[in-house]
Design a protein around this ligand. Structure first.
Ligand code: CP
Length: 301
């Protein structure tokens, strides 16, 4: 049995481990697993706002029986008293903390915590780099829908450049054999995203009938200074609306990692669409995070 220490991005999981996390998610959603993290101290350090990820990690930890401490930036001596991140990690370890879940605007921050901390670290989103547990729950939602992803076409639409979710999800979809179609204007989707199994499309309307699933992305305005195209240009080219929904295959689904901005990447008709899967994604967030935490701490059973 191999015990993984940390989850910084999806590459940290082998294909078997990925399958195991999904299997455990299904089990944990079907029946409460009991106190698999009884006696383990767990600190959630969120340096950025979060509704979905923060709440679902808390629920997952509590359902597994962990002792949970939430540290906001203002609670940390790191922020105002000159303590280094490395010394903070050592200190939490000495206090008996076994798991740190961390979100930070700086890419690579969770990796730095993992190098300094004698325990398990889970990346809850680091800048534009990665958001592995969101990617896992998105892929789990797709697998639940389609059984397997080989031969399926998944379109990811919008601000790919600044989306850590997209960066992790693309890697996961590539590994599972899906055809990934990235869709967006060049300012949000540079040419060099093209790769094996990944194509780039600028014409959203043209590609709509080919897609089995669409993952819409929010424009990550907090990650750049000036909007590189006008809102009107973006909406005209890339907003999913009633007219575009009508061009989709009858069995196609639409997803969004959240938070979504009504009027920009989607309009209200998407929220009424039979294939809209956002709430399923959110629901799976707790099971996925329980499965990840159990796997990191207890390994495969
Ligand atoms: N999807 C996601 O990471 O949402 P939050 O920022 O609300 O956690």
């Amino acid at each position: 049995m191999r015990i993984r220490r940390s989850l910084i991005d999806l590459d940290d999981l082998t294909p078997r481990e990925l399958a195991y996390v999904f299997e455990r998610t299904e089990q944990f959603e079907a029946a409460p697993p009991g106190a698999l993290l009884d006696g383990f101290g767990c600190v959630n350090m969120f340096f950025e706002e979060s509704t979905r990820t923060f709440t679902s990690f808390n629920l997952a930890e509590l359902r597994l029986g962990a002792a949970v401490v939430n540290l906001a930036p203002r609670d940390l001596s790191l922020a105002t008293k000159g303590e280094t991140l490395e010394d903070t990690a050592l200190t939490l370890g000495a206090l008996g903390v076994s798991i740190i879940v961390v979100r930070h605007h700086e890419p690579g921050f969770p990796q730095r915590v993992a190098l300094a901390f004698d325990g398990h670290v889970v990346n809850a989103g680091d800048g534009v780099h990665a958001h592995p547990t969101q990617a896992l729950l998105d892929i789990y939602t797709l697998l639940e829908e389609f059984g397997e992803l080989k031969g399926r076409s998944v379109g990811i639409v919008g601000d790919v450049l600044h989306s850590r979710v997209a960066h992790s999800t693309i890697r996961g979809l590539q590994r599972l054999g899906a055809a990934v179609v990235l869709i967006g204007p060049e300012c949000f989707l540079p040419h060099d995203y093209a790769d094996e199994g990944i194509t780039i499309e600028r014409d959203f309307d043209g590609v709509l009938p080919q897609l089995d699933a669409i993952v819409l992305l929010r424009i990550q305005r907090e990650r750049f200074v000036e909007m590189p195209i006008t809102d009107e240009e973006y909406v005209s080219g890339y907003r999913l609306d009633e007219r575009r929904l009508a061009q989709l295959r009858s069995e196609a689904i639409v997803m969004h990692p959240g938070p979504y901005n009504r009027g920009m990447e989607l309009d209200d008709s998407v929220l009424e669409f039979a294939g809209w899967r956002y709430l399923k994604q959110v629901h799976h967030g707790v099971g996925i995070r329980m499965a990840v935490l159990d796997f990191l701490v207890n390994g495969r059973r």
